[in-house]
Design a protein around this ligand. Structure first.
Ligand SMILES: [Zn+2]
Length: 233
């Protein structure tokens, strides 16, 4: 009876607030779907989760000792993916992050290389940025992944201790030196003896992810892998 009522309310709400595709805006979708089948198909899948030595992994070669790394999609300018990431980062559209996290989680599920992950850690955002935005987009992505993978998200395991805004003006060596102490372990309990997946929205130079991975790897019996939604070519 309750479920009939719930489904009735859902249908009714749907009638008043029809849910459109975030990509093309035309199709009316189920509440859980964010994109229509056509737009979903348009997202450029990398297949990196199942590919050893993929370009994302190569970014970290010789920089930090990670197990595996991958991104779910290629990021290109003026693409649907860019639109989705703008929604997530600047338009307070958390649903998009959750949806992208689920898509990445599904890709991970297909791969043997990401089968033994114990917990997810979102890359901490600059605290100033996070308070302005109201949330950390990487944590939202983690929530979507966690729903698929059924593993915990450790939101308070690592903290970002310094502001790094001026670093964009500096050269790479200085930036790296400054980055080294940006992250600190706040709570090791969920990480101890586990394989951690460090998560962010986009990977470009990998400098921030590298610094955070190295902070976690200072603890000897923790393994780290890296995953992002997008990879900038
Ligand atoms: Zn569409």
């Amino acid at each position: 009876m309750l479920s009939t009522l719930q489904s009735y309310i859902k249908d009714f709400t749907h009638l008043i607030f029809p849910h459109h595709c975030e990509g093309c805006g035309t199709d009316v979708l189920n509440d859980e779907d964010l994109l229509c089948a056509k737009c979903l198909h348009e997202l450029p899948v990398t297949n990196y989760f199942s590919s050893h030595g993929n370009p994302v992994e190569k970014i970290f070669y010789g920089r930090c000792k990670i197990e595996s790394a991958a991104s779910a999609f290629y990021f290109t300018k003026d693409s649907l993916l860019q639109h989705l990431l703008v929604q997530l980062k600047y338009k307070s559209n958390k649903e998009v992050g959750y949806f992208l996290g689920k898509l990445a989680g599904l890709q991970m599920q297909q791969s043997n290389r990401f089968k033994n992950i114990d917990a997810l850690v979102p890359l901490p955002l600059n605290p100033k940025k996070e308070s302005k935005r109201g949330y950390n987009q990487a944590a939202i992505i983690c929530d979507g992944m966690a729903e698929v993978l059924q593993i915990p998200v450790l939101n308070n395991a690592v903290e970002r201790v310094l502001f790094t805004e001026t670093q964009t003006k500096q050269d790479r060596i200085h930036r790296w030196q400054n980055m080294e102490n940006v992250f600190a372990i706040k709570d090791l309990t969920g990480m101890q003896g586990n394989h951690i997946l460090l998560v962010d929205d986009v990977v470009t130079t990998g400098a921030t992810l590298e610094a955070c991975a190295n902070a976690i790897l200072k603890n000897k019996n923790v393994k780290v892998s890296i995953a992002t939604v997008a990879y900038t070519i």
